[in-house]
Design a protein around this ligand. Structure first.
Ligand code: AHR
Length: 505
């Protein structure tokens, strides 16, 4: 089909906020095969592992430069008691996971295993502490176990478990969805809890007492467009006393269209493609609405909006335990991921952290595993293509997106962002949502004399194309031809594609 044309104007002389690398964070919950089998196989497994953690998964995640991992939940976090997950493996008590299929939780992957995993993939820990069924004391002792440098009984216990040096904990989430699975709390009740946890759950690591290594505390925030919760927390934040503080407010938003999740993750057509992408674009107004409330009480934007659960939530795959939230991951999900990452980047002054749900085998995963087999999903490839945007400086792009219409649904035809990295290289991302027509892009890079340009594009024959264990590279990025002349750059982006281009001057 003949290509459409679109002009982009990239003002390289202007720069916006830093696109915080933490927006590329991930979420790994004790849910289905997210941890057990997906990350943890145990040291005695035939699957190649390092101290029980899968080598193939670690190697794949290292490529993504995952900035932070949220753990152990989710709803699981508010029923998690950390002491059951430390010490000799054969002494750990099996418990239940009532949220997710009612299966046995063996507790063989606990605090020290998680920190080992974080270390192996080169990431930062984002711990969710138990507010629902735990206590401030339990959470405070967990942090003492993890971070105390002095020889307290808990620090000695950590040393006996193999880690004498204090761990570094980057982020602390105080509860999870406390308005629902985290205890059905009212905003005021949660606020009282938040103040107590914020005061007493301390990080004792001497290297984290001040400066950029300080642990950031994240409060539970809203899960929809209602603003009462945000108002309550942010109003209190504005009038806070010295004895409590927060650095982030969480926001959860899944692309689901209707509840319970009914859209199939594979075997769908243009209609479902269009409806899901239309729905995912609501992230823009949701962030806008919650940010406006935050701006009222925190105009200096000290508190980050942390979108620590986002992604597509589809119907469980037939034949799987519905509590395991197993779904396939298609080209549609790659486009959905790019659209959301672009929204976060455009709100980089307020959205400084986000965590896709989830990392392995659950919901919109990066990686799927089956025993010894592993496959990288289309979403994985998008995260890999976006690595150069981590901590890069946002550069404004203006364009007429055009429209794509399917039945009663109208979507923007294209989307784009740009950023400059520390070496001065410009990175341009273009998403073509239109599943039928290519688009000839002409980008004018004001203030830049282009000396080199190269790009890669992710697309596939169908909107529901997926990678499987038998055909793992059906959806994989390939080099794309990019032309340039002076400050003009030209590229044709295929229908339903994600393209990232690097430009040198
Ligand atoms: O990611 C799955 C679940 O979705 C999380 O446990 C919960 O926080 C949310 O409702």
């Amino acid at each position: 089909m003949a290509a459409d044309k679109a002009q982009l104007s990239v003002d390289v002389s202007k720069s916006g906020p830093k696109i915080d690398r933490n927006i590329f964070g991930q979420f790994a919950e004790h849910l289905g095969h997210g941890i057990y089998e997906g990350v943890w196989v145990g040291p005695d497994s035939d699957i190649p592992n390092t101290r029980g953690i899968r080598n193939d998964v670690v190697a794949a995640l290292r490529e993504l430069k995952v900035p932070n991992v949220r753990w152990p939940g989710g709803c699981f976090a508010d029923e998690y008691h950390w002491r059951k997950g430390i010490g000799p493996a054969d002494k750990r008590a099996a418990t239940l996971n009532p949220n997710w299929g009612g299966v046995i939780e063996p507790n063989t992957f606990g605090t020290d295993e998680f920190m080992d995993f974080i270390h192996q993939i080169g990431s930062q820990a984002y711990l969710s502490v138990n507010v629902g069924t735990g206590s401030p004391q339990e959470a405070a002792e967990w942090l003492e176990y993890l971070t105390a440098a002095q020889p307290t009984a808990l620090a000695k216990e950590r040393a006996a478990n193999g880690h004498p040096a204090p761990y570094e904990i980057g982020f602390l989430g105080i509860g999870n969805e406390s308005w629902a699975c985290g205890g059905n709390m009212t905003p005021d009740y949660y606020l009282d809890q938040l103040k107590i946890y914020s005061r007493f759950v301390r990080n004792f690591n001497p290297a984290q007492q001040q400066g950029e290594h300080q642990m950031l505390k994240i409060a539970v925030g809203p899960g929809d467009a209602g603003t009462e919760w945000t108002e309550t927390i942010m109003r209190a934040y504005k009038h806070r006393q010295w004895s409590w503080d927060i650095n982030g407010l969480s926001l959860h938003s899944y692309t689901v269209v209707k509840w319970p999740p009914a859209y199939a993750s594979v075997g769908f057509g243009i209609d479902e493609y269009s409806r899901i992408l239309k729905s995912t674009l609501d992230m823009e107004s949701l962030i806008g609405k919650q940010s406006a409330v935050m701006d009222k009480y925190d105009p200096e934007k000290k508190v980050a909006l942390v979108v620590d659960e986002w992604g597509a939530w589809y119907a469980p795959l037939p034949g799987t335990n519905p509590g395991f939230l197993s779904q396939q991951n298609s080209l549609r999900d790659a486009i959905l991921a790019a659209l959301n990452l672009n929204i976060f980047a455009r709100h980089a002054d307020r959205v400084r952290m986000a965590n896709i749900a989830q990392m392995v085998n659950v919901l919109q995963a990066m990686i799927l595993t089956d025993k010894e087999k592993m496959v990288l999903t289309p979403t994985y490839h998008v995260f890999r293509m976006y690595v150069p945007f981590q901590d890069a400086t946002f550069v404004p792009v203006s364009f007429d997106a055009g429209t794509y219409t399917h039945g009663d649904i109208t979507l923007p035809r294209i989307d784009a962002i740009a950023a400059k990295d520390k070496s001065g290289k410009l990175w341009l991302e273009v998403t073509n949502i239109d599943p039928e027509r290519p688009v000839d892009i002409e980008a004018y890079l004001t203030g830049m004399d282009i000396r080199s340009a190269a790009g890669e594009m992710l697309t596939a024959p169908k909107v529901d194309s997926v990678n499987t264990f038998d055909a793992p590279n059906a959806v994989a990025p390939k080099p794309v031809a990019v032309k340039y002349q002076g400050s003009k750059l030209m590229v044709t982006v295929a229908p339903k594609s994600v393209t990232v281009i690097s430009v040198g001057q």
